[in-house]
Each structure stands twice: as structure tokens, then as C-alpha cells.
Design a binder for this molecule. Structure first.
Ligand code: TXA
Ligand code: MG
Length: 319
């Protein structure tokens, strides 16, 4: 089912902002994936969010803001190159890591001395955060709205399937237009002399270099080292194998130029890298809905967004 942005009404947004103020959780669409939001200044709400996700407490969460004028509340030592990035790519699929201010507590930062901030561009996300701000809110912490290690949700139905049994009647799940990007935001460490990409996404190395005039530390090899990559994440129940040796009864995710062998269940045939990013998570979920044991994935080639897709595929296939 296609869900339209108009499905989330102004009245629902008001209710959702109030729910956040009262310490409840609100799942909402962003241009990357759905997030599970909580008031960034309510420790009890944040603790519940970790519980609902079954996420280890030492994993930091991103604070979502509606405007960059809220950055200085949460962060200190905002460098010139970070300001250039904010100006060029916010609102958008980019998270910046700064040294934290005393307002960002250990629950948010996982005990680290840095904090991750992002201004999303999805109209429902922006409107929710803005309405929450009108009620006195300073920011919304939101990890992807999936159980820890599972596939990130890119539609409200997937959020329901992941989290409904852990949410209460006071929590809310907002519907909205399908994410335009489909994979998580680019994470850029801005605490060093120059930008370092910690997680690749739609804001590419070329875009970062163009904006900052600095060279960016990030090759696929560097990314593997920085994020200790072979940790399993983004994983369906089905086993993910990164090759094209599909057997009868297995699922296949591959670009539209590749044929489906007889007896193989085609889960996605994206015609471009952008479409590949939008389809990858729902295709992995579909493998579980169909009860498949194995899904083969042939990753896209090239730079830019293709690097982000290969990163997620590699992790979903990790042991
Ligand atoms: O696109 C996105 O970023 C989505 C949407 C909902 O905004 N959010 C998302 O959140 O992907 P999550 O929690 O699933 O992933 C956030 C990543 C984690 O890998 C976390 O370690 C990293 O961001 N992170 C957050 N704060 C950090 C910090 N202070 N230093 C380093 N990494 C940080
Ligand atoms: Mg996640």
C-alpha cells in the first residue's frame, strides 16, 4: 500500500508532538528510514525507547532538530567546515558528530563525549519536530524504528510489524510519503581537523568535498576499519549471500539488467542506484514475509550512493 504524506493530518501531528512532551514514543517517517522518536530531554522516555528497540545502552542516538539554530544547545566547537555542510545539506540525509555540550547526557551519547545531530527534510518529520519545539521541546532522539540488528523500516506497516507488540496505546506511529532516499543518513565526524565519514549515505564524499573544500577521509577500506564493519546489522531472518548463484526457491535482489533464473523469487529489480536504495530494505523484509531461507544479493557498482548500499548489504550478510 502506498502511504501519502497527506495521511498524516495536522491534528495527528499536534497529538504526536503532545505525546512526545508527555514522554511517549512517536515513530515517524524521514527521508532516509522511519525513526522511533523520544523527547531528547526526558531520560525515562529515552530509556523506554532503548527497551522497545532492545538496543544496548552504549549505542549513541541521533538528536533530530527542525533547524540548525538548535545546534549550539547540544554541541560545542562547531567548526567552519561543519557550518558549510549544514548550510549546504540540511535539511537532509546527513548527521554531524560534534563535541557534546553538557545538555547532551550519557543516555543520548552512549557515554561518549560527542553527540550526533541531524535536521531531516521529510515534511512529516520536520513538522513534528517543529510542533514539539513550540511545546518547549529541544530535540527528538530517534534511532531507526526497528528492533536492534534488524532491517530498518521504510514504511509505516514495517514499523508496526517490528514494534507494535512493544508500544503502548499512548505511543504513536505516523504515516508519511515513502522515504526519498531509503538508506540511513551519511554520518560525518566533525570533531577533527577535517570531515571523516563514519557511515556512507546519500550525501557523498564528492558532495562533502565540494561543500567544505577539504579532502575527506573515507574509502570503503577506511569505512570498514572505522566502524568495525563486519558486525551483523540490517539483517532479515533469511540468510543473505552476496553473490548471484541463486538456486530454486531462493530470493534474488539485483539490478533490472540481470535476469531471474528459473525457480528463483525476484524480490527487487531496481533500474537505478537511487531506486536500489529505496527498495533494498523492503526487499529484505519481503524475504521474511515469504518465509525464504536464503536471499542472494548482487550489489550495485560505482561510487556515491552505491557505496552506502554496498555497506548495508555487506552488514546484512555478516555472520
Ligand atoms: O537516517 C538516519 O540517520 C536514521 C533516521 C531515523 O534519522 N537514524 C538512524 O539512527 O539511522 P540509528 O540509531 O539506527 O543509527 C545511528 C548511528 C549509530 O550507528 C550510532 O552509533 C551513530 O549513529 N552515532 C550516533 N551518535 C554518535 C556519536 N556521538 N558518535 C559516533 N556515532 C554516533
Ligand atoms: Mg539503525
Amino acid at each position: 500500500m502506498t502511504i501519502k504524506a497527506s495521511d498524516t493530518t495536522n491534528a495527528q501531528l499536534e497529538l504526536a508532538a503532545q505525546a512526545l512532551s508527555l514522554g511517549s514514543l512517536v515513530a515517524f517517517p524521514t527521508e532516509t528510514v522511519y525513526g522511533l522518536g523520544a523527547d531528547a530531554e526526558n531520560s525515562l522516555a529515552i530509556a523506554r525507547m532503548f527497551e522497545v528497540k532492545n538496543r544496548p545502552a552504549n549505542h549513541p542516538v541521533i538528536i533530530h532538530l527542525s533547524s540548525q539554530d538548535q545546534v549550539n544547545y547540544w554541541a560545542v566547537q562547531v567548526s567552519g567546515f561543519a557550518k558549510a555542510l549544514m548550510r549546504d545539506y540540511w535539511p537532509g540525509p546527513m548527521t554531524l558528530i560534534f563535541s557534546r555540550s553538557p545538555n547532551a547526557n550519557d543516555l543520548i551519547t552512549g557515554g561518549q563525549d560527542s553527540v550526533g545531530l541531524r535536521v531531516p527534510s521529510h515534511p512529516v518529520a520536520l513538522a513534528l519536530i517543529e510542533k514539539f519545539r513550540e511545546l518547549g521541546g529541544r530535540g527528538v532522539v530517534a534511532p531507526s524504528a526497528n528492533r536492534y540488528g534488524a532491517v530498518s523500516p521504510t514504511d509505516a506497516e514495517a514499523v508496526r510489524a517490528e514494534l507494535s507488540e512493544y508500544l503502548t496505546d499512548d505511543d504513536m506511529i505516523l504515516d508519511g510519503a515513502s522515504p526519498a532516499v531509503g538508506v540511513e543518513s551519511t554520518i560525518i565526524d566533525c570533531t577533527k581537523d577535517g570531515p571523516v565519514v563514519l557511515r556512507p549515505g546519500a550525501i557523498t564524499v564528492q558532495m562533502i568535498e565540494k561543500s567544505t573544500g577539504l579532502s575527506v577521509m573515507s574509502s570503503e577500506d577506511t569505512l570498514l576499519r572505522v566502524s568495525g564493519s563486519h558486525k551483523k546489522h540490517y539483517s532479515p531472518e533469511a540468510q543473505v549471500l552476496v553473490d548471484g548463484n541463486s538456486q530454486t526457491g531462493e530470493g534474488l535482489i539485483a539490478g533490472s539488467h540481470l535476469k531471474t533464473p528459473p525457480g528463483v523469487i525476484r524480490l527487487a529489480s531496481p533500474t537505478s542506484v537511487e531506486e536500489y536504495a529505496r527498495m533494498i530494505y523492503s526487499a529484505l523484509r519481503q524475504a521474511d514475509t515469504l518465509g525464504l531461507e536464503t536471499v542472494r544479493v548482487i550489489p550495485p557498482v560505482g561510487d556515491g550512493l552505491a557505496i552506502a548500499i554496498r555497506d548495508r548489504i555487506r552488514r546484512s550478510a555478516a555472520e
